[in-house]
Design a binder for this molecule. Structure first.
Ligand code: SF4
Ligand code: SF4
Length: 334
């Protein structure tokens, strides 16, 4: 079975942002050039940085991201380098525009998954979030990739703006021939955090709605033969809580050399590692790793600090639920 990014304990994933440029301007874009840089890494640097993480973790999954990674003219070479370094799997995340004829320059043997992002089951839901024409372009890209024999995953980022339309996704996934479906919760990060109107319309959904909608849609997609991965987000007080910062090895690498272990920290200089002169070095304390061991009744400490909107107040006794780690997810197999 083909591998791709794994959201489980003991997994190792290298999320490699090889550039931050993008042709789209999604309303919820998490890229923050002030924090991540605006450099496009040259192929020599990409290969050196890939080697750093291959050495640290044999068989890690590498996910090429941007910005839009297919805007990098040497992405195909980066894929081949990752293959030769024996990464466990190679995934390309894309908004579907597939620049530089990437489908003709890599093969299904080299790329385990093309992972497309779509945030609605039709243009009227997706395009206001991701850009005019992006639904049509993305679904055409999926069809072109399928026709060449690539395995396809699809990511749907859930917010208040599109939760009501998630239930329409399973038949669309089936008709597009999607091989894996990832439901993800919107992260309140990126430059749009400063925009009060966007914060209101793109807010995370509340517990009652999430629990009523998301697991059911995941089940229905799985019944159509599509393995579906989704975050629990809200845990009951008695359920075990784990922080991926402690039990998994995730690396979010940005073109300015910052390497985060937790994606929620990406708007802040809290990264625990940095690449300097093509060497991986630890950053001075205090950084994100000092926060992972903190045990709080609300679960994820970074949610408590950075995006507390959905958290119950624990000031007057135990909270009614806790927030799960966004990097540890459930999978429903067909
Ligand atoms: S496709 Fe990705 S990088 Fe580009 S604007 Fe959208 S979220 Fe940002
Ligand atoms: S999201 Fe929370 S629980 Fe997950 S790695 Fe970050 S701090 Fe840990």
């Amino acid at each position: 079975m083909r591998k791709t990014v794994a959201f489980s304990s003991r997994s190792a994933n290298v999320f490699f942002h090889i550039l931050t440029r993008c042709n789209l301007h999604c309303r919820h874009c998490y890229i923050n050039p002030e924090q991540h840089g605006s450099r496009t890494l040259d192929i020599d640097t990409i290969e050196k940085w890939l080697a750093l993480f291959a050495e640290r973790h044999a068989q890690a999954n590498v996910i090429f991201l941007g910005g839009e990674p297919t805007m990098h003219p040497e992405l195909a070479q980066a894929v081949r380098s990752a293959r030769s370094l024996a990464y466990g799997s190679v995934t390309i995340d894309t908004n579907g525009y597939l620049f530089h004829d990437i489908l003709d320059r890599v093969t299904p043997k080299e790329v385990d998954f093309f992972s497309f992002s779509l945030d609605g089951p039709n243009p009227s839901v997706n395009d206001p979030l991701r850009g005019k024409g992006s639904f049509e372009k993305c679904t055409a890209g999926i069809a072109a990739a399928k026709a060449r024999g690539f395995a396809i995953s699809l990511i749907y980022t859930v917010s208040q703006a599109n939760i009501d339309h998630l239930s329409a996704m399973p038949p669309l996934l089936e008709s597009l021939g999607i091989d894996r479906f990832f439901i993800q919760v919107i992260g309140v990060r990126g430059q749009w955090r400063a925009d009060a109107e966007k914060c209101e319309t793109l807010a995370q959904v509340d517990r009652k709605t999430w629990v009523a909608v998301v697991p059911d849609v995941a089940e229905r997609a799985a019944r159509r033969g599509i393995p579906t991965i989704f975050p629990r987000v809200f845990l009951d007080p008695g359920e075990p809580f784990e922080c991926a910062g402690k039990v998994a090895d995730n690396y979010f690498i940005f073109p300015n050399g910052r390497v985060y272990r937790c994606p929620l920290c990406e708007d802040y200089p809290m990264h625990s590692l940095e690449i300097r002169d093509n060497r991986l070095v630890e950053t001075p304390r205090i950084n994100e790793t000092d926060l992972f061991p903190l045990t709080i009744p609300e679960g994820c400490v970074m949610n408590r600090i950075i995006q507390p909107r959905n958290l119950p107040a624990a000031d007057d006794g135990p909270p009614p639920f806790k927030i799960a780690c966004c990097m540890l997810k459930e999978e429903i197999a067909p």
